[in-house]
Design a protein around this ligand. Structure first.
Ligand code: SAM
Length: 272
């Protein structure tokens, strides 16, 4: 719950506020001080969001990562010294702009690398969203940093075998998360020292399923592609719950869910 939605409170109003109020403010806004925009927030991000609201409507626009989440992703790029990022689900480009900007700020060169691709690859099924994203990359000055590959990511992921990414961001269709997760691990698409970030892993609709049995790695069938329509909220909750249980029981990885927004799961490979 974010209590500061419309206006930024002044320092005087924040001083002495309850810790709960203060935390909700930190989580809702990119900066502790509303007058300071952190350097990790690209200057065009507010416009990308405003344009997306205007063109797609607010509820659809909310699919974009928030500034705070973008800053978090930015921080991870610097922390692990990422050079390449794979994003599954790019929409109108917000998270890709954050990743690209972070790589640029960390001295990674743009343009085509040895793989024939730019440092960030985004996969999205929508040509329309991809075209909007590409324009947003130009406006953000990161067009040399991002390639969008249009099509079903379940099919296109296989074509990336042989390429290695330091960060893989899962933010497309939730029923395919487990497939994406298994594929990037089993095909070596995520670096051994890399990070998988899965978004929306604590959606409200998951709560009815907490504690219910779900497939765990030794009973699941990795790499089996099943094409499923986008689920209703019951199915969505179940599918996210199953993904959470799957990764939580997976001996290959260490998992930490950040209880921010609709849940952000961080996953890293364990040795061996
Ligand atoms: C939550 S949005 C991504 C938001 C984006 N990361 C951002 O910050 O703006 C999900 C995206 O996944 C895409 N998508 C859904 N199913 C897909 C699939 N099977 N393959 C590739 N993209 C898919 C949608 O077109 C949509 O743009």
């Amino acid at each position: 719950m974010f209590l500061f939605n419309e206006t930024s409170p002044s320092d005087e109003e924040l001083r002495g506020a309850s810790a709960e109020l203060l935390r909700s403010y930190y989580a809702a806004k990119a900066s502790i001080n509303p007058n300071i925009v952190p350097p990790s927030v690209p200057s065009t991000i507010p416009k990308v969001f405003a344009d997306t609201v205007a063109q797609q409507g607010e509820s659809t626009a909310l699919m974009a990562v928030s500034e705070y989440q973008g800053m978090l992703q930015n921080f991870f790029v610097g922390l692990i010294g990422a050079k390449r990022v794979l994003e599954i689900g790019s929409f109108t480009g917000s998270s890709a702009i954050f990743f690209a900007n972070a790589l640029k700020r960390n001295g990674v060169a743009g343009g085509l690398g040895a793989s024939g691709h730019k440092p960030v690859i985004g996969l999205d099924i929508s040509e329309r969203y991809a075209n909007i994203a590409r324009k947003n990359f130009v406006n953000a000055g990161v067009e040399d940093y991002v390639d969008i590959i249009v099509g079903d990511a379940r099919a296109n992921l296989a074509s990336l075998e042989g390429q290695v990414f330091d960060i893989v961001f899962l933010d497309a269709d939730k029923p395919s998360y487990q497939y994406y997760y298994d594929t990037v691990i089993e095909k070596g698409i995520v670096a051994k020292s890399g990070l998988i970030i899965a978004d929306n892993t604590a959606f409200d609709c998951t709560t009815p399923f907490i504690g219910l049995p779900a497939p765990v790695p030794n009973s699941a069938k990795p790499l089996e592609v099943t094409f499923r329509k986008f689920p209703d909220s019951d199915e969505l909750g179940k599918t996210i719950h199953e993904f959470n249980e799957y990764v939580r029981h997976d001996p290959r990885t260490e998992v930490l869910m950040l209880p921010l927004y609709t849940g952000i799961t961080l996953i890293r490979l364990l040795d061996g």
